[in-house]
Design a protein around this ligand. Structure first.
Ligand code: RFL
Ligand code: PHB
Length: 393
């Protein structure tokens, strides 16, 4: 067992999409970083999560120089379908905004970024769950952890980037009298199924039904990602695949006319929550991505918000390198301004399309009136379309 100390500009906690993109963008600007990740490389690469990318996220992959495979495999969507009971409507997102949204899985993005990191010799410490942060309000913050081999590593950094997701440690270092947390948990979850069958639709479908919400998305022309709303406490054990197909078919109604079913590659249940932590900075530590905010997945904003944070933080580090710390000081306020708008959109779509146990007939009529308004109003469609492709960065 030995001890070793490493000097770097930015110690990055977490090798999810946020941490990996940050290290890649910093590298291109000559700013050094070291990444520490709690879990194994295999587990990070095995996560099935997001699938729909805003134009800004596609741009971030281009900026990072890791867009080659994405540009071969991506599927660009020109609209989004909203369904309510037996009715549905396709919002022409491309016509309204001039932009597509892009389907390319978070799993693929993570792989592209890990491969790029390994190709350039980026230091990533996998499987190190016990990082301890120190000196965050000094000029010399540090991160200490033990490797699986038992060696103690100390990273002596100029900054710490908290990219360690909702359950990470970085946010917890912001003193209680400085941190404000805003949270809403929803009285339902989503069960997701990944299956090697062709998607039922050319664009993503968000569908409301008296039995609960359902969503049809895809990863490729031969791989589909489908979801249904579940009740709290339900796990995949409550959902044998036959039950899933029956519920999905019923909730989608005629929109599932092309459905072909098969054995799932993956099934998982996720709770739904809205969460924001303010501020996203403490001394020389900056939070980015799910470490600072969570959106319910309706609207597909989580990964996109994370990448917007990382692009903003990168620009602030570039300014710092040129002697200007003002961008770092402005980071939290500017990021939160956009984050709250995405929180609003995700909360709105979630509220519009799910069944809430506490809703009376009145709220159900409000949901229906909202859907009818969207179908009849170009202004309402524009509001949804511009949020869906991503607000200006
Ligand atoms: P992550 O992905 O949670 O990565 C954080 C990393 O930090 C590690 N970590 C630590 N490392 C070291 N020390 C510690 N003490 C640590 N604690 C944690 C973790 O192991 C992990 O590797 O956060 P990041 O990088 O900010 O990325 C955020 C995205 O993963 C997330 O926002 C999206 O997946 C959300 N999301 C979606 N976003 C979209 O933009 N479009 C979508 O279509 C979309 N669909 C989804 C989603 C999330 C879902 N679930 C399961 C929550 C669909 C679902 C079902
Ligand atoms: C997905 O493809 O996993 C997906 C698509 C749209 C969402 C959420 C998830 O809103």
């Amino acid at each position: 067992m030995t001890g070793r100390s490493i000097e770097t500009d930015v110690a990055i906690i977490g090798a999810g999409p946020s941490g990996l993109l940050l290290s890649q963008l910093l590298h291109l600007e000559g700013i050094s970083s070291v990444i520490v990740e709690r879990t194994t490389r295999e587990r990070v690469l095995g996560r099935i999560r997001a699938g729909v990318l805003e134009r800004g996220t596609v741009e971030a992959m281009e900026e990072a120089g890791v867009d080659a495979r994405m540009n071969e495999e991506r599927i660009d969507h020109d609209g989004l379908i909203i369904g309510f009971d037996s009715d549905s409507y396709e919002i022409p997102v491309l016509d309204i905004t001039g932009h597509y949204v892009t389907v390319y899985g978070q799993t693929e993005i993570t792989l592209d970024l890990v491969e790029a990191a390994e190709a350039r010799g980026q230091e990533i410490f996998w499987n190190c769950p016990d990082s301890a942060l120190a000196g965050l309000t000094s000029d010399a913050p540090s991160v200490q952890f033990k490797t699986r081999e038992g060696d103690t590593i100390t990273i002596e950094a100029k900054f710490v980037a908290g990219c360690d997701g909702f359950h990470g440690i970085c946010r917890k270092h912001i003193p209680a009298d400085k941190l404000r947390e805003f949270e809403r948990t929803y009285p339902f979850g989503w069960l997701g199924v990944l299956v090697d069958e062709p998607p039922i639709s050319h664009n993503v479908i968000y569908k409301s039904h008296p039995d609960g919400f359902s969503l049809a998305s895809m990863r490729s022309t031969t791989r589909s990602r489908y979801y249904v709303q579940t009740t709290p406490g339900e796990t995949v054990d409550d959902w044998p695949i036959e039950r899933f197909w029956e519920a999905f078919r019923k909730r989608m109604g005629p929109l599932a006319a092309n459905l072909t079913t098969g054995d799932p590659i993956e099934m998982s249940v996720a709770p739904l929550r809205s969460f924001v932590a303010e501020p996203m900075v403490h001394g020389r530590m900056f939070l980015a991505g799910d470490a600072a905010h969570i959106v319910p997945p309706t609207g597909a904003k989580g990964l996109n918000l994370a990448f917007a944070d990382v692009r903003r933080l990168t620009r602030a580090f570039i300014a710092w390198k040129k002697g200007d710390e003002s961008r770092l000081q402005a980071y939290s306020g500017e990021a939160l301004d956009r984050i709250w708008k995405a929180e609003r959109f995700s909360w709105y779509l979630t509220t519009l399309l799910h069944q809430f146990p506490e809703h009376s007939g009145f709220e159900k009529r409000m949901q229906r009136a909202d859907f009818d308004y969207i179908v009849s109003s170009e202004a309402a469609q524009k509001t949804i379309a511009e949020n869906y492709v991503g607000l200006d960065f």
